[in-house]
Design a protein around this ligand. Structure first.
Ligand code: IPD
Ligand code: CA
Ligand code: CA
Length: 272
C-alpha cells in the first residue's frame, strides 16, 4: 500500500523499497533451507552470513537497479557503488541473521533510500510478524500488516526512566561484548527491564510502534539503522548518539522525548 505523497520521487522510491522488501522477505521466509548452514564469517567466528543473506541482497539490488540504473548502493553483503542520480540505497538484506539461522522469528529486511545523503524513505519488512514498517521523511511512519491493514506508528508516551522497557544489542567481537554487558549490568537496576531481540532494525521499529520505551546500541553499521532510524523519528522518537551527535556507529539511541534525554545522559555517565 502506498500513501499519497507530495514528492513523486519519494512515492517512486517508497514503492520500489516496498516491493524489494516484500520479495526479499518472501524469498527468505519461503526459501529457507531446512539444513541452512553458515556460508562465511565476518568480524568474528560468530558473525555469520548464510547463502540466504547473499541471495536476498542480490534480489534487492537487481530489482532496484533494473528500475533505477543510476542509483548507488551500500549493502551489507558487498553492494557498493556511487551512482550518479543523488540517490543511494542502504540495504541490510537480512537483519537478525543469527535468529534466522536458528529458526527464531525476529529478523527483517531493511531498505533505506538516501537523497543527497539524507534518508528519505525507510522500509523494514518483518515477514514472520506479518508486518512491514515504513516511513517517508516529513510524511510520517506507518505499518502494514497481514491482519490489521495499515496503522500509523507513534511512540508510547514516555514513562519515567525507571519504568522504561529498553532494548539493546551486542557486538560480535568478544571484548566489545564484555564492555557492552558491563554497561547493561549497570543500566538494568535503573529501568523496568532490558530486551535483546537480535535485530537492530526491528528494535528501532518497536520504539516507533510503542512496543519499547527505548533502544541503544554501539557498533551498528549504516545498513542496520538507516531505515529504522527514519521510521523511529517519523513516529515521534528522538534518535542520536552522544550528546549533540547524530546516531552513528559510535552510538545509536532511539526513544521518545522524556526517555531519550535521561537514557542518553545515563549512558554518557557510564562511559559507554
Ligand atoms: C545484527 C543485528 C543485531 C545487532 C548487531 C547487528 P545482522 O545484524 O542487528 O541485533 O545487535 O549489532 O550486527 O548481523 O543480523 O545483520
Ligand atoms: Ca544487521
Ligand atoms: Ca545482515
Amino acid at each position: 500500500m502506498t500513501r499519497p505523497l507530495r514528492d513523486p520521487l519519494h512515492s517512486d522510491l517508497l514503492a520500489l523499497a516496498q516491493e524489494a522488501a516484500l520479495r526479499a522477505g518472501e524469498l527468505l521466509r519461503d526459501g529457507r533451507p531446512a539444513d541452512l548452514a553458515v556460508a562465511a564469517t565476518k568480524s568474528s567466528p560468530i558473525d555469520v552470513v548464510t547463502e540466504m543473506d547473499i541471495a536476498a541482497e542480490k534480489l534487492i539490488t537487481d530489482l532496484i537497479s533494473g528500475h533505477r540504473p543510476d542509483d548507488g548502493f551500500l549493502g551489507e553483503e558487498g553492494a557498493s557503488s556511487e551512482g550518479t542520480s543523488g540517490i543511494r540505497w542502504v540495504i541490510d538484506p537480512l537483519d537478525g541473521t543469527v535468529n534466522y539461522l536458528y529458526g527464531l522469528p525476529t529478523w527483517a529486511v531493511s531498505i533505506a533510500a538516501e537523497q543527497d545523503g539524507e534518508t528519505v524513505v525507510g522500509v523494514v519488512a518483518a515477514p514472520m510478524r506479518g508486518e512491514t514498517y515504513q516511513a517517508v521523511r516529513g510524511a510520517g511512519a506507518w505499518a502494514t500488516g497481514a491482519w490489521e491493514g495499515e496503522r500509523a506508528l507513534a511512540c508510547r508516551p514516555a514513562p519515567p526512566l525507571e519504568q522504561a522497557l529498553v532494548s539493546t544489542g551486542f557486538s560480535y567481537v568478544a571484548d566489545a561484548r564484555a564492555q557492552q554487558a558491563a554497561i547493561a549490568a549497570r543500566l538494568i537496576p535503573l529501568v523496568r527491564d532490558i530486551r535483546r531481540s537480535g535485530s537492530a532494525a526491528i528494535d528501532l521499529c518497536d520504539v516507533a510502534a510503542g512496543h519499547l520505551d527505548g533502544y541503544y546500541e554501539r557498533g551498528l553499521n549504516p545498513w542496520d539503522y538507516a531505515a529504522g532510524d527514519l521510521v523511529a523519528r517519523e513516529a515521534g522518537a528522538l534518535t542520536g548518539g552522544r550528546p549533540g551527535e547524530r546516531l552513528s556507529r559510535d552510538l545509536a539511541i532511539a526513544a521518545p522525548p522524556g526517555v531519550f534525554e535521561p537514557l542518553q545522559g545515563l549512558l554518557e555517565d557510564f562511559g559507554v
